[in-house]
Design a protein around this ligand. Structure first.
Ligand code: MG
Length: 167
């Protein structure tokens, strides 16, 4: 078994009709998330956790920020990249545990929907996905400036798929 951990943080900018993306779920917020991609911090942290458990490069390596091809990128594509790598290694996810920190809006009410979306995106049962919603305890430099996410995953290693030998 291999454990992997990932972290992601994005700055936020106040705006009246903003939103955040959490595992593909769009949640109205009094700010927008500053990001080169779509800013889905859960998918980013989980992808990095998977990368870490697989011993492969992180998301910044495969999907470098600042490049035209990653601009406004759907982060589900990033996650799928690592899910394919996982399948390629014959590995499977045993469980994923995620902690989100955002001051506003209160995310607890959205927790079931986000957890379900993450379970679906990872193709693992709901009971194998842990999701905890935290605030920054109104610590101003954090609370008014960013959202953050920590992710841990447990992966069972398998046999890599063998390529057929060329005759
Ligand atoms: Mg990110």
């Amino acid at each position: 078994m291999q454990i992997g951990s990932g972290f992601d943080l994005h700055r936020i900018r106040p705006t009246r009709r903003g939103f955040l993306l959490a595992a593909g779920v769009k949640i109205p917020a009094p700010y927008r998330v500053l990001a080169h991609s779509d800013g889905d911090f859960i998918f980013h942290a989980v992808s990095d956790a998977l990368a870490s458990s697989l011993g492969t490069n992180d998301i910044g390596h495969f999907f470098p920020p600042g490049k035209p091809e990653t601009k406004a990128m759907n982060s589900a594509v990033i996650l799928k990249h690592y899910l394919r790598a996982l399948i390629g290694q014959g590995a499977q996810i045993l469980s994923v545990s995620v902690v989100v920190a955002a001051q506003k809006p209160k995310l607890a009410a959205h927790c079931p929907r986000i957890r379900s979306a993450l379970s679906e995106a990872l193709a693992i049962p709901l009971h194998r996905v842990g999701l905890t919603m935290k605030t920054f305890e109104a610590v101003k430099p954090l609370a008014s400036n960013c959202v953050a996410c920590w992710a841990t995953c447990l992966v069972e290693e398998g046999r890599p798929r063998m390529r057929r030998r060329q005759k």
